[in-house]
Design a binder for this molecule. Structure first.
Ligand code: ADP
Ligand code: ZN
Length: 236
């Protein structure tokens, strides 16, 4: 596991953590584990959009136009829904942000939102996974259909004990509608287009912590990534 040496975060002050990683990098899985370990809410804009789509709200209908094409939901819509989520009580003392911000406009918007309440992004975790692994991970991705659970599996790298059934809650596992090969390629391309600026911005602030898992195909890659962060926090 490679981790950079110069990072000047005060680990005891960490509240707001941003997870950055390509689609299929395991950032969702890592964010869930980290949220549980640090007892902070896990906030995923992808999950919020999927919920809205399921409930057929106006926002859901609008967002699905973009998500089904494998492109980003426009910044104004995304920033608005994130702002509403950030305003809830459970995020007052911190949160793990998974999939937001994803563009420079969102990066700036997030800073502005947090500054208003005298807070800031304390740590940015970047998961670096090779592209071929990413494609394989998404193509074989299975998610628990039970919204309350939302466990993520991979039929190749991290299979459930009983095929098609969630280990945790016993619900059916399903593929995500946007996990087609065409959509994946587009999402990865868009990810890299936005990545450079974000990385530069957070690196300059000295809050970027990049992780390159030794074996990214391992079913434990996300757990190992989280452990390396927790170790850092605990050894402060
Ligand atoms: P992935 O990381 O595999 O793309 P997510 O669950 O994070 O999956 O997001 C699913 C889709 O939701 C994205 O492809 C995109 O269309 C939309 N989305 C999620 N977060 C954002 C965001 N911050 N900005 C714009 N679109 C987003
Ligand atoms: Zn489940």
């Amino acid at each position: 596991m490679y981790t950079p040496s110069q990072i000047f975060v005060k680990w005891e002050e960490i509240m707001y953590i941003v997870m950055i990683g390509a689609p299929g990098s395991g950032k969702g899985t890592a964010a869930k584990i980290l949220a549980k370990e640090l007892n902070l809410p896990h906030i995923s804009t992808g999950d919020i959009f999927r919920e809205q789509i399921k409930e057929n709200t106006n926002l859901g209908i609008e967002a699905s136009k973009y998500i089904s094409k494998g492109i980003l939901v426009p910044d104004d819509i995304t920033i608005e829904i994130f702002k509403n989520r950030l305003a809830k009580d459970d995020v007052k003392n911190g949160g793990i942000f998974d999939g937001f911000p994803r563009t420079m406009a969102q990066v700036k918007a997030l800073d502005e939102m947090l500054v208003k309440v005298n807070k800031k992004v304390d740590l940015v975790i970047e998961l670096k996974i090779p592209d071929d692994v990413i494609v394989q991970r998404i193509l074989n991705r299975e998610v628990c259909s039970n919204k309350e659970c939302g466990a993520i599996y991979n039929s190749k790298f991290k299979p459930s004990k009983v095929p098609g059934i969630c280990d945790i809650c016993g619900s059916k596992l399903v593929a995500r509608v946007d996990d087609t090969e065409e959509s994946i390629k587009k999402r990865i391309k868009i990810y890299y287009e936005n990545l450079g600026g974000m990385i530069e911005y957070y690196r300059e602030k000295n809050i970027l912590y990049s992780i390159v898992p030794e074996d990214p195909t391992s079913d434990k890659a996300s757990e190992q990534a989280v452990n390396s962060v927790l170790q850092k926090i605990n050894n402060r």
